[in-house]
Design a binder for this molecule. Sequence first.
Ligand code: ASP
Length: 351
Amino acid sequence: MKRLSIISALMFNVYFTHTLIAENPKLPTVVIVATGGTIAEKIDPKTGAAIPAVTGEELVANIPELNKIANIEVVNFSNIDSSQMTPEIWAKLSKTVDDILKKPYVKGVVITHGTDTMSEGSYFLDLTLTVNKPVVFTGAMRNASSPYSDGPPNLINAITQVCDPNATNWGVTVTLNQYINSARRVSKMQATNPQTFQSEESGYLGYILKGKVLRMNDVLYRHTLSIPSVLPKIDILSDYAGSDGSLIRASVDNGAKGIVVIGVGEGNVNALMFDAIKYALSKNVTVVISTRVHNGAIAGEYGDAGGGSTLEAAGAILSTTLRAAKARLLLMLLLPTNKSFSEIKQYFSEP
Ligand code: ASP
């Protein structure tokens, strides 16, 4: 039976279509929400470069075995490279996915998305979705023009994960190349290799093998925050040898409500950056300190001008393990609430 119902609403100049590919009452229903990315890109013959080219239905049509795993519905949310994603688009994506998850017959959702910003986009939804059903982000590192695209196996595995009773209460995950990562922990670690997403010290949540989820870990820290009507401007600025803090001052003067500073080592900056951070704090701009170092927690051990301990004493918040891109989204959702400074600080102190 083929049911085609079109719900079209203009969203970012793309249309919203909702197609049921096939229906088997014995199988669960999984909704694929397509947003774009390499999984849906093909080589433009004029330029030889990858551009958005494949709809959600076409992604599914190329993988007939999906019909043995689940009934598939497709929603074409957008078709953009994820380098073009914004928190505002993720806010609309979160509301769209939440509405889909509220449908009793829906087992869960797979979101196809570019890998460039997948780690933070998945975290935004992990923080804002209200329905506790499986949501799996997946994508590809090799585009749909390649005979070796990793898109089809990744899509099969993502749908398999949604349907697997072993894969519950993980919140939003990022699943590529058989590995399952939590949205909070995952990082893109390799610019071109299909095994790019890693969870490093915290470990993968699981692994998909021969159509089954091997569960290895649980998710320990999850929060649900509402999406404000306006997302505050939060900038990310980096310390580096010789940085003079001028960009921090400019960010404050340009209306930033929060600034995430990428420090060196255990979240340290130089004295001029420290002066600029104190300027930001004096203007009631919330400052969160992260680090460029991939692994490890920061705890504020250094007491020189710009050391982590001095920064914290001056009123900056140390982000224990969340790195800048995710710390920015968490702060973006926390600032509009009426949570106190110490409550906000607590969110960043979780390991
Ligand atoms: N530039 C692409 C994107 O983020 C990379 C990918 O999807 O692998 O959309």
